[in-house]
Unconditional design. Structure first.
Length: 534
């Protein structure tokens, strides 16, 4: 039996997480039935704890580890003046870490006997020393389309992806396209990565025709045939180019009576698109349905003529599989992972060329035999994406990661290549005989923005040593090591962000300088642990 924690704290209500939320929920529902001998601990936040109650079962329970307000959308994030922001951060960190020697350091996973942490939203926010981690990476869009992101968002993504590179024991990618991007951009060893394709989603089922008809009437899309594009209104989803192509199509084919239906979480971008539709004179033909519950979404799928999917970037492309499962033709972009997913079951176009889209639209509406052929190809293609295969493959990776982590090797994380530490230095050491000890050389530079740093030595969740280092001082910490191997942490308080202190553009959260970290023994001499540490 394995005890696996799953970090669902980033999950938001509705469709704000896009396909990542769908994949995570489908996996957890599947684990309940196919892994009855294992135990799953769902890490939740106050804003999603109740929504995840549907997962409760004999082998699955929830633990709320984050309280407070739900994260705000990016455009509503408060921006404080620099000094106030720094002071608020300082107060928060002081309260969070106000612990005395001998107190239990907050290690919810360690205290729950967790064998592995799975992070379906990528970031290793709640990883703990000694517990192996599997991270799921959906895409690296910010590397290929950086203009869709603010500099802060890019830095934030690069920061947590760097942590994934350093600390994750295994990385799962949702397509081979994503895996190659991870290897190329993040310089990850290929053997550390795995591809597990997403599957046909069990959440959407075929409905009774009477209910479909009723729902389409309620949604106001029952009067004319329609093409369907389910996607949040993010820039890479390419809605504006699709509207351009749709306007060209109607202009060239005035007798064609086919509408365009959008679904997706409502935001400011949707309102901007509505304004574009109004100026194009297409209000009667373009329908914005917002985020729909699963039964209404299934009804929209059953009622549509085909999927139109003009995305510029997809780590996978779940709607392609949804269209195939409902027996609908697929017209989609030839970019990124989409050909890998759709195979020969799609009619492809260049998403940057509206003329290409128009040709595909004209081909599908004027040639019923083409639509039939795409549906038949889809029926064959769908056999490659079964839910059981996806879930079993995830479990195989979890089990092998747990087995491999039983062999502890010497290493250190939390020290950057330039010698600066973060908030926490994690040291692991393998088994060994004879007397040996860890030696760590630390320095608080004279120009740091605070006069003293406290370093706490934590082992098995308990703080048992505390070192006070004043500005300009260098200390050497020596700690005896057991023969059987293990790990412990050095917690650094306070920390600072250089760019917030008018010290350049560095946005890392830094602690102190580490000039050396090595294992010293009579048998092997000095073994440095900082080689390749990041």
């Amino acid at each position: 039996m394995s005890v696996i924690a799953v970090d669902m704290t980033p999950m938001l209500s509705g469709g704000k997480n896009g396909g990542a939320k769908i994949v995570a929920l489908e996996l957890l529902k599947s684990f309940k039935s196919i892994a009855p001998e294992d135990r799953f601990l769902i890490l939740t936040a106050s804003w999603n704890h109740d929504e995840l109650a549907i997962l409760d079962g004999s082998n699955m329970r929830r633990l709320c580890i984050l309280t407070g307000e739900k994260p705000r959308p990016k455009q509503f994030t408060a921006r404080y003046p620099g000094r106030l922001k720094r002071n608020l951060g300082k107060i928060y960190r002081m309260l969070r870490r106000r612990l005395q020697p001998g107190q239990i350091w907050r290690r919810p996973l360690t205290s729950q006997g967790i064998d592995l942490l799975f992070c379906p939203f990528t970031a290793l926010t709640h990883a703990e020393p000694g517990i192996p981690v599997v991270s799921l990476i959906h895409d690296l869009q910010h590397r290929d389309y950086p203009w869709f992101f603010s500099p802060h968002e890019i830095d934030q993504r690069d920061s947590f992806l760097g942590e994934v590179c350093r600390r994750a024991n295994a990385i799962i990618c949702i397509s081979e396209y994503t895996r190659q991007a991870v290897i190329r951009h993040l310089k990850i060893r290929p053997e550390k990565t795995h591809v597990v394709h997403n599957c046909i989603q069990a959440r959407l089922i075929n409905l009774d025709p009477t209910k479909v008809s009723r729902d389409l009437t309620i949604l106001g899309i029952d009067r004319r045939p329609y093409m369907f594009y389910p996607a949040n209104f993010w820039p890479h989803k390419n809605h504006r180019m699709l509207l351009t192509a749709y306007g060209m199509f109607l202009s060239r084919n005035p007798d064609q009576k086919i509408d365009l239906v959008f679904t997706g979480a409502s935001d400011d971008s949707q309102e901007e698109l509505k304004d574009v539709v109004s100026r194009m004179g297409l209000v009667k033909h373009v329908h914005f349905l917002g985020f729909l519950p699963d039964d209404q979404l299934a009804a929209v799928w059953q009622g549509c003529e085909f999927l139109i999917f003009p995305s510029l970037y997809e780590g996978f492309g779940i709607p392609v599989l949804e269209a195939i499962s409902f027996g609908k033709p697929v017209l989609c972009s030839n970019a990124t992972s989409l050909p890998e997913v759709a195979g020969d079951a799609a009619l492809y176009f260049d998403p940057r060329r509206p003329g290409d889209m128009v040709q595909c639209l004209e081909g599908i509406v004027s040639n019923p035999s083409l639509a039939t052929e795409l549906i038949n190809r889809g029926n064959r293609r769908v056999t490659h994406f079964r839910p059981e295969a996806m879930s079993h493959r995830y479990l195989e990776i979890f089990y092998s990661t747990i087995r491999d982590s039983g062999h502890i090797t010497n290493g250190v994380t939390g020290v950057f290549e330039d010698g600066w530490t973060g908030e926490e230095i994690v040291v692991t050491y393998g088994s060994g005989t004879g007397s040996r000890f860890l030696e760590v050389r630390l320095e608080v530079p004279i120009w740091l923005p605070f006069g003293r740093v406290i370093v706490r030595l934590v082992n098995k969740g308990r703080i048992f040593q505390k070192y006070k280092i004043t500005r300009g001082e260098e200390v050497v910490i020596r700690q005896p090591l057991s023969e059987k191997g293990g790990c412990f942490s050095l917690l650094v308080t306070p920390t600072f962000v250089p760019c917030e202190c008018d010290m350049g553009e560095d946005n890392r959260r830094l602690g102190i300088m580490c000039h050396g970290c090595c294992i010293v023994s009579q048998a092997c001499g000095r073994i440095s642990l900082l080689k390749g540490a990041g």
